[in-house]
Write a protein that binds this ligand. Structure first.
Ligand code: A2P
Length: 266
């Protein structure tokens, strides 16, 4: 297709990689995988800038790497924004097309930014699940924590599909499956359609239903750690909630008991 033949030079600070898989989940959501350059190193949970080779000055957007750091390919999970400068083109990519990826990854949703604990909560809404798709497939996460609780809340049931498939892939993976079995818990809820569990994660936390459903005590700063990824409003409300449980926000420079990153949408 058109995107696979770049008429423009590839800048020195970007990799030009080949699309190996594209899967559409809903009319708004898709995942794609690309070849991984041998020199591309990242920590599970980080993000990188990606673009398409269709202009002299290509548009780049931040994308969380959804694959773990040991994977031989690189996976991304994307929304399709109507008239989005990148996603209007990106949603049309096919196997064999070229994707540009800036060489330097970064981000705060990394194991290194959390102090050790017993349990880690990964709170996500919508495409905010992407960095956790990387982290739940990284053995390091299970070396650091006994229990990994991935929460995913979406407006509609179909939007949970990527996460469900992900957890199944993770549990059946020859490398990570043994770590994840019985220790990775996938907790889903839906807010705008009938579903067995309904409600925002903040409300489920506030009412105590989350902890009842999981059979665990409420969040305790001595043992519990958390990572948050979603919209700005979700981030702020979840952060407030965690601070009420006396968790403290950390960073790469100052690891603490929770970390936050906006789900990139544009
Ligand atoms: P709701 O349907 O009640 O708005 P979005 O697509 O807007 O990012 O929403 C994804 C999911 O996150 C939806 O289920 C939405 O619930 C939920 N959500 C939106 N805002 C917040 C918030 N401030 N705190 C917690 N959850 C939120």
């Amino acid at each position: 297709s058109a995107a696979s033949k770049s008429a423009f030079p590839i800048p020195a600070n970007v990799f030009a990689e080949t699309v190996t898989e594209v899967k559409h989940y809903t009319d708004r959501l898709f995942k794609f995988r690309i070849t991984r350059p041998a020199s591309f190193r990242f920590r599970s949970g980080e993000f990188v800038m990606i673009g398409l080779p269709n202009a002299e000055r290509p548009v780049f957007r931040a994308y969380s790497v959804a694959s773990p750091s040991w994977d031989e390919e690189v996976e991304f999970y994307s929304i399709k924004v109507p008239d989005g400068p990148l996603t209007e083109h990106l949603q049309k990519i096919k196997v064999g097309d070229t994707i540009l990826m800036r060489k330097k990854p970064t981000g705060t949703l990394v194991n290194d930014a959390l102090i050790p604990g017993k349990r880690v909560y990964m709170f996500s809404t919508g495409t905010g699940i992407a960095p956790f798709a990387s982290l739940i497939r990284d053995p390091e996460t299970y070396e650091k924590f006994d229990q990994v609780i991935l929460t995913h809340t979406c407006r509609e049931i179909d939007e949970l599909k990527y996460g469900e498939e992900l957890v199944e892939i993770c549990n059946n993976d020859p490398l990570v499956g043994e770590f994840a079995k019985g220790r990775l818990i996938h907790y889903t809820s839906v807010t705008r359609e009938d579903f067995p569990r309904m409600g925002r994660i903040t409300d489920l936390m506030e009412s105590g239903k989350l902890f009842e459903d999981l059979g665990v005590p409420p969040i305790n700063p001595d043992v519990d750690r958390a990572m948050i990824c979603g919209s700005m409003a979700m981030l702020n409300d979840t952060k407030d909630m965690l601070e009420k449980f006396n968790l403290v926000e950390g960073s790469n420079a100052r690891p603490a008991s929770f970390v936050v990153e906006r789900a990139f949408v544009d």
